[in-house]
Design a protein around this ligand. Structure first.
Ligand code: UD1
Length: 364
């Protein structure tokens, strides 16, 4: 079975890493890794290939940064040529980025089967580019790997046939389980940042809805500066966020008040999550990673796709608005007693996915 896996942005490297490993374990498969080049800085891309033992991409389209239209169009042109040349049995796409969208459209137009890992998630906010990407990817995919029963129910409610949906669990849970021990053993990130376990907040944010809106950006920056009066705030800075803070003349204050660092590799970020007093983020990945390692997470969004975690009390939404209200929510001293839940499988999602792909698209 020949599989073309398409990745391009940071969270996809983590997801594709565990699926690649599972495909190798299943055997009889040949995976061609295609990188769109959506993310290109070393610490946004190459570092993950090294750490996660990802197959070196056979192709890198080098699309880089551009408007959504230009970025997606360049991917469509490049991917079509590759798919025609490779003639895979199935194209695998991950998550909700522009790379997911382009690969799903390109493959389906060539009548190649598409499998979507992390299907059925919805924020119900169509102003987010990721929501459009999810809706389109799910619509044109042949096989939908849902990370939870909740995601499966959503797909069925939209009219996707049961035969196309498989609840695999979440590949990010697999990735966390695999890397957690390594993070504990080898990461010296706390030493580098001169912070102590349980004594710091870990913050990340990069979503367009937060960086491109000056009022939301300012509210988040002020909230983090307030938190820093209570405990150090570590902020690995996504390039989009750095540019936005600079644009709005906030970067200097943020760098003076917070522990700002470059984007971190997977093992270091996992280590920081594990030992944080709390995580404050708009990232879909960190919301779950905090839950996987039992750390409280405040979500800088108006809504989230990972609703189970909010309902069970693990995560709390902190919509960017008034900085005082946001800070009060995060520092709220009432006892935290989340309900134990296990919505994302048993840590074997990637094996389930690899077997399902082989069963359905393997030739023997
Ligand atoms: C993308 C995804 C988002 C995902 C995130 C993870 C879309 C629409 N969004 O958002 O779902 O959560 O990746 O990081 O696909 N840049 C660099 N170096 C890089 C990468 C980006 O400097 O290696 C800068 C560029 O200025 C670029 C900006 O970051 O314009 C944004 O990058 P882009 O790929 O558009 O989206 P992300 O915000 O990273």
């Amino acid at each position: 079975m020949k599989v073309c896996s398409v990745v391009g942005a940071r969270p996809q490297f983590v997801k594709a890493g565990v699926v690649a490993r599972a495909l190798r374990d299943v055997g009889g498969t040949h995976e061609v890794m295609i990188h769109t080049g959506q993310h290109y800085d070393r610490n946004m891309s190459a570092v993950f290939f090294d750490e996660l033992d990802l197959p070196h991409p056979k192709y890198n389209l080098g699309v880089g940064s551009a408007t959504h239209g230009v970025q997606t169009a360049k991917m469509l042109v490049g991917l079509e040529e590759i798919f025609v040349a490779e003639q895979p049995d199935v194209v695998v796409v991950f998550g909700d980025t522009n790379s997911t969208l382009a690969a799903a459209i390109s493959a389906s137009k060539l009548h190649l089967p598409v499998a979507h890992v992390e299907a059925g998630l919805r924020s119900f906010n169509r102003s987010m580019p990721e929501e459009i990407n999810r809706l389109v990817a799910d619509t044109v995919s042949d096989l939908l790997f849902a990370p939870s029963e909740h995601a499966r129910a959503q797909l069925l409610s939209e009219g996707h046939s049961d035969a196309r949906v498989l609840v695999s669990g979440d590949v990010m849970f697999d990735a966390t389980l695999l890397a957690a021990e390594r993070a504990r053993d080898v990461s010296d990130v706390q030493h580098r940042l001169k912070i102590e376990a349980d004594q710091y907040f870990l913050a990340t944010f990069h979503r367009a809805e937060n960086t491109d809106d000056p009022a939301r950006l300012r509210a988040i920056a002020h909230t983090l500066l307030e938190l820093a009066n209570v405990a150090p705030v570590v902020l690995p800075l996504h390039p989009r966020t750095r540019a936005a803070l600079k644009r709005d003349a906030l970067l200097e204050r943020v760098e003076a008040g917070l522990l700002v660092c470059e984007p971190l590799g997977y093992v270091d970020i996992l280590r920081l999550i594990m030992d944080a007093r709390a995580v404050v983020t708009d990232s879909g990945g960190l919301q779950k990673e905090a839950f996987f390692v039992g750390v409280r997470c405040f979500v800088l969004r108006d809504e989230t796709e990972w609703t189970e975690l909010v309902a069970a009390g693990w995560n709390r939404l902190v919509p960017p608005g008034d900085a005082n209200t946001m800070t009060a929510k995060i520092l709220d001293a009432s006892p935290w007693s989340p309900v134990p839940i296990r919505p994302y499988g048993d840590g074997n999602a990637s094996a389930l996915i690899a077997h399902a792909l082989k069963d359905r698209y393997g030739s023997d």
